[in-house]
Design a protein around this ligand. Structure first.
Ligand SMILES: [Zn+2]
Ligand SMILES: [Zn+2]
Length: 105
Protein backbone atom coordinates (compact mmCIF):
# COMPACT_ATOMS: atom_id res chain seq x y z
CA UNK A 1 0.00 0.00 0.00
CA UNK A 2 1.09 3.58 -0.58
CA UNK A 3 0.47 6.28 1.97
CA UNK A 4 0.44 10.05 1.65
CA UNK A 5 3.62 11.59 3.11
CA UNK A 6 1.59 14.61 4.21
CA UNK A 7 -1.42 13.16 6.03
CA UNK A 8 -0.71 9.38 5.99
CA UNK A 9 -4.00 8.54 4.26
CA UNK A 10 -4.12 5.80 1.70
CA UNK A 11 -3.30 7.15 -1.74
CA UNK A 12 -5.53 6.31 -4.67
CA UNK A 13 -4.67 5.88 -8.33
CA UNK A 14 -5.91 8.73 -10.48
CA UNK A 15 -5.57 9.61 -14.11
CA UNK A 16 -5.41 13.02 -15.67
CA UNK A 17 -4.82 13.83 -19.32
CA UNK A 18 -4.01 10.18 -19.94
CA UNK A 19 -1.29 10.11 -17.31
CA UNK A 20 -1.70 7.89 -14.28
CA UNK A 21 -0.44 8.88 -10.86
CA UNK A 22 -1.24 8.53 -7.17
CA UNK A 23 -3.35 11.12 -5.41
CA UNK A 24 -4.53 11.71 -1.86
CA UNK A 25 -7.84 13.16 -0.70
CA UNK A 26 -5.90 16.00 1.02
CA UNK A 27 -4.79 17.23 -2.39
CA UNK A 28 -1.30 15.78 -2.39
CA UNK A 29 -0.37 14.10 -5.65
CA UNK A 30 2.63 12.02 -6.54
CA UNK A 31 2.94 12.75 -10.23
CA UNK A 32 6.33 11.09 -10.30
CA UNK A 33 4.81 7.72 -9.48
CA UNK A 34 5.49 5.31 -12.26
CA UNK A 35 2.90 3.33 -14.18
CA UNK A 36 4.10 0.22 -12.39
CA UNK A 37 3.34 1.71 -8.98
CA UNK A 38 -0.14 2.74 -10.10
CA UNK A 39 -0.76 -0.69 -11.57
CA UNK A 40 0.28 -2.29 -8.29
CA UNK A 41 -2.15 -0.11 -6.34
CA UNK A 42 -4.97 -0.88 -8.76
CA UNK A 43 -4.23 -4.59 -8.50
CA UNK A 44 -4.26 -4.50 -4.70
CA UNK A 45 -7.52 -2.61 -4.78
CA UNK A 46 -9.05 -5.32 -6.96
CA UNK A 47 -7.87 -8.03 -4.59
CA UNK A 48 -9.59 -6.54 -1.57
CA UNK A 49 -13.17 -7.55 -1.08
CA UNK A 50 -14.44 -4.19 -2.16
CA UNK A 51 -18.14 -4.36 -1.41
CA UNK A 52 -20.27 -1.28 -1.61
CA UNK A 53 -22.72 -0.80 1.19
CA UNK A 54 -25.81 0.10 -0.72
CA UNK A 55 -29.03 1.06 0.96
CA UNK A 56 -30.60 -2.36 1.45
CA UNK A 57 -34.23 -1.32 1.06
CA UNK A 58 -33.68 0.01 -2.43
CA UNK A 59 -32.06 -3.17 -3.70
CA UNK A 60 -33.87 -5.91 -5.56
CA UNK A 61 -33.93 -9.36 -3.99
CA UNK A 62 -33.41 -12.73 -5.58
CA UNK A 63 -33.92 -16.32 -4.58
CA UNK A 64 -30.47 -17.64 -3.84
CA UNK A 65 -28.95 -19.71 -1.06
CA UNK A 66 -26.79 -17.75 1.34
CA UNK A 67 -23.29 -19.19 1.41
CA UNK A 68 -23.19 -18.70 5.17
CA UNK A 69 -26.57 -19.31 6.83
CA UNK A 70 -28.36 -21.12 3.95
CA UNK A 71 -31.18 -18.59 3.96
CA UNK A 72 -32.84 -18.50 0.53
CA UNK A 73 -33.18 -14.82 -0.23
CA UNK A 74 -30.59 -12.12 -0.87
CA UNK A 75 -30.31 -8.57 -2.12
CA UNK A 76 -28.26 -8.18 -5.25
CA UNK A 77 -26.50 -5.46 -7.22
CA UNK A 78 -23.78 -5.21 -9.80
CA UNK A 79 -20.62 -3.19 -9.84
CA UNK A 80 -17.99 -2.55 -12.48
CA UNK A 81 -14.87 -3.62 -10.62
CA UNK A 82 -12.47 -4.37 -13.43
CA UNK A 83 -11.65 -3.01 -16.84
CA UNK A 84 -14.67 -1.71 -18.71
CA UNK A 85 -14.44 -4.46 -21.31
CA UNK A 86 -15.08 -7.08 -18.64
CA UNK A 87 -18.56 -7.90 -17.37
CA UNK A 88 -19.89 -6.40 -14.17
CA UNK A 89 -19.46 -8.30 -10.92
CA UNK A 90 -22.66 -9.34 -9.21
CA UNK A 91 -22.84 -9.00 -5.46
CA UNK A 92 -25.31 -10.77 -3.21
CA UNK A 93 -26.24 -9.86 0.36
CA UNK A 94 -28.25 -12.22 2.54
CA UNK A 95 -31.47 -10.59 3.76
CA UNK A 96 -31.18 -12.49 7.02
CA UNK A 97 -27.58 -12.56 8.25
CA UNK A 98 -26.32 -9.68 6.02
CA UNK A 99 -23.48 -11.84 4.74
CA UNK A 100 -22.21 -10.42 1.46
CA UNK A 101 -20.53 -12.35 -1.30
CA UNK A 102 -19.69 -12.20 -4.96
CA UNK A 103 -21.69 -14.22 -7.43
CA UNK A 104 -19.21 -16.69 -8.83
CA UNK A 105 -21.03 -17.27 -12.10
ZN1 LIG B 1 -2.74 13.38 2.12
ZN1 LIG C 1 -27.25 -15.58 5.43
Amino acid sequence: MFFCPKCSSLMKPKSEKGKKFLACSCGYTDKKSTDNVVKEVVKKKRDTFDVVTEDDETLPTTEVECTKCKHNQAYWWTKQTRASDEPETKFLKCTKCKHTWRDAS
